[in-house]
Ligand binder design. Sequence first.
Ligand code: FAD
Length: 451
Amino acid sequence: MKDFKTDAGNIILNNEAIPVIWEGDVVVAGGGPGGLGAAIAAQRRGASVMLVEANAFLGGMMGYGGGMPLGGAYPGLRTIGGIAEEILTKVRNAGPDKADVRHMPLFGDWYFHDAEYFKSMIAQFVLDMGLKVRLHTWVSDVLMDSQRHACGIIVDSKNGREAILAKVIVDATGDADLVAKAGGRFEKGDDNGDMMGVTIVFNVGGVDTDKFMPYYTTEDPGLVKLIEKAKADGRGPSEDDKFTSIHKGVKPNSLFMNSVRVRGIDGTDADSLTRGELLGRIRVFQELTFLREYAPGCENAYIMNTGSQLGVRDSRRIVGEDYLSMQDCLDLRKRPESVILRCTGPFDNTTRGNSKVYVLNDIDMSAWYDIPYGVVVPKDLDNIVVSGRTFSCHYMALTSSRGQGLMMGLGQAVGTAAVMAARSGAAMKDIDVKELQRQLMEDGCDLGLNG
Ligand SMILES: Cc1cc2nc3c(=O)[nH]c(=O)nc-3n(C[C@H](O)[C@H](O)[C@H](O)COP(=O)(O)OP(=O)(O)OC[C@H]3O[C@@H](n4cnc5c(N)ncnc54)[C@H](O)[C@@H]3O)c2cc1C
């Protein structure tokens, strides 16, 4: 959006006076792992920062994902360090009914957690550090003062439309909403535009886990036999739902269910999201009914809670200054000149298009590949940068590198780079990456540069 004027603390847009409510160095749109990492890092590096989040709580998938295990933070069997490790340490020490760490052969250490605990912990965290946060606020547009340069954003909330001005804008919306608004190029989904299935996560209580878990892990992994039996009875869950990702919950007698899969949903389209939410909620109850009727130990099961919104695995990915290919991941490519994050993880193609494939490869957890700085910088824009799962990469590379722990690490690099750009006035693509690496290591990140 370019046709606006400034006048006495307002942005004048289409004859409407929109009050400017904040002006500073860095504004971060989206309070998921990518946005939190960026906002925390930028503020700690001395910048003035504002974090804007559409939801009523912080955490993104860490909060609305029903306790989706926090993963990815231990490539090469050692921590990525920094803010991610600081937050994971809090989760690790939270206590047995709030979180526990489990080593998953394919994924490394996963931090199962109670999402209610996470939302509360992160609320305390941002209050303690005095971070300026605005919840219940949707970022709806970008104020461009030239084709490549933005000077702020427009937000909508109970207060009406408001403007926020900043030197650098971090798009951590999970969908690159702001890059798209600003005219930056992006890709979406695979070569056909197909994205992975979406999931409403839920937790089931009232389960005799001593009965269910041995049955599930040894006798009938994926509940394949039970599903066949239910099908023969003309019942059972959707063909698309996946029962390979049921885990013992962090609460006693409970299960964590990452099993609903709704195909063909586009996370950047409200009608499509609506369809996903409605079908997803129906599936949650279908699955509960199936468990109650067929699964040993689940006779008295009930829904303890559901994720407050569905989880979108992938949508837009920017066309960036650099790129992470699938081959880069397979080759464990190192990029000492530009690394901002180390990464390991299997590929996953769950319910994308007509795909039946789930996890695609075993991965050597003792090794890693590097994520280079340029993947977060949109090619067409000077001072908008992405943090989170929208960075520039192949759609399969993303599935290996999008874990929530990792996205906090990526956020730390983005927030630190944003401060450098805000201070120097340089375009994001031109910041001194060696200096960025130095600052990240000074702040406890392990970039693998010292062996
Ligand atoms: C079903 C599912 C299973 C997964 N399994 C795992 C797993 O087991 N382990 C793991 O570590 N990772 C897992 N992931 C991946 C991980 O959750 C994501 O890659 C990660 O959360 C991406 O972080 P993000 O910050 O980019 O986006 P998000 O976590 O989606 O956060 C984006 C935030 O931006 C806000 N927002 C969006 N648009 C706007 C706007 N216009 N204005 C204001 N705010 C906005 C949203 O409300 C949200 O809070 C899974 C993801 C899904 C969907």
